[in-house]
Design a protein around this ligand. Sequence first.
Ligand code: SSN
Length: 470
Amino acid sequence: MPIATTNPATGQVLKTYDAMPDEEIDAAIERADLAYRQLRGTTVDQRGRWLTAAADLLEADRDATARLMTTEMGKTYAAAKAEVTKCATACRFYAANAAAFLADEPADAPAVKATRAFVRYQPIGPVLAVMPWNFPLWQVLRFAAPALMAGNTGLLKHASNVPQTALLLEDLFRRAGFPEGAFTTLLVGSDAVDRILSDPRVRAATLTGSERAGRSIAQIAGRELKKTVLELGGSDPFVVMPSADLDRAAEVATTARCQNNGQSCIAAKRFIVHTDVFDAFAERFAANMSALRVGDPMNDDTDVGPLASEGGRDEIHAQVRDAVDRGATVLCGGEPPAGPGWYYPPTVVTDLTPQMRMWGEEVFGPVAGLYRVSSYDEAIEVANGTNFGLGSNAWTRDPDEQERFATDLDAGNVFVNGMTTSFPELPFGGVKNSGYGRELSALGMREFCNTKTVWVGEGAASAGAGAHAE
Ligand SMILES: O=CCCC(=O)O
């Protein structure tokens, strides 16, 4: 895939880049390693000041950054502005909380026959981040903010269709004051990942992307014995039970499916509805989906912009066609409009069967699958019946059912009477083929720390648990 900015609203190639040669990659890794040695010697307060400066810059440059993201991958300008704001919030969150997250944790010293025992969190070095185009700023920031606060450095291999956003990120951290090399964008293709991750100076990798990309990174990291955090695809269930507030559920379902033009790993994709309320929900949902305005992502009144690539648009249309050819029913949408741009209308498909691609595959666009079930158990069976397990949503006003869904849904996130959303305060990640490890919260920061056990016997000097935070 060429490294290029191509406007999905027009199909026009706006800017292309050559991939970095190997010598430049090696030099960047060297700078990242040197910066790590420098950064780990700074205080958490200092790093917090730099990250706060990054938040200030993000807010000051919000509109221009949002325009760039919209131009590169087609999300609506309104969504892009919200993404920038969310990134600034995450930076402030980690600037404020890193000291607590990194503080020594005292353990029960007498139980382990020590005078003192504690856990200390320390950085591990340069981390490779392989990131996707769908939230081109947020996916990177949610790795970079905790990683830099912990004293690690970052090497970014971003998706090839968002090179300018990738370069903006490097510039952001430099302008915020982080040392040269603390965060570097590598304009490279995926063929360079093996070389980068095999370098002994690179200590770990995080990837948000496809299952195929996750397997590839995990293989290299396995060979090199390096830690990985993987956030892969999802085909999130959205279960609606008879006691649900149907108007609200149908409204949130529409947002949950079509957020980011339908291209979110945690978008609700499979709508599993109890037969008692199926028709009422389906009518509301299809009406809401049909009412969404599809068009130029820069227009304020656009709800759904183009898909990020022609291939992505063709893929979801092929999934819909496959379902229809095998007997599914389209309640709305289902045909891409003529004309320039990679648009696809909000679509609802029902009468799905396990033979259809849509049943088990992730659909990465504004296309909803609607499933009828006749009991709680059947809802759980369908909801858990894919290889994915990222987010999940359950709509019920029955407190017992709420409890049961929280336990029974096989996913990294369960949202009851709401849509799956990432928050800096909450861990984020999946199970099954949706990946492993957690981003965000204290857990996300500690994924790339050495969780060091310190045991001190008789006669030791008095450094110790409680205050230390690098
Ligand atoms: O695409 C997956 C992540 C989406 C989010 O964090 O909101």
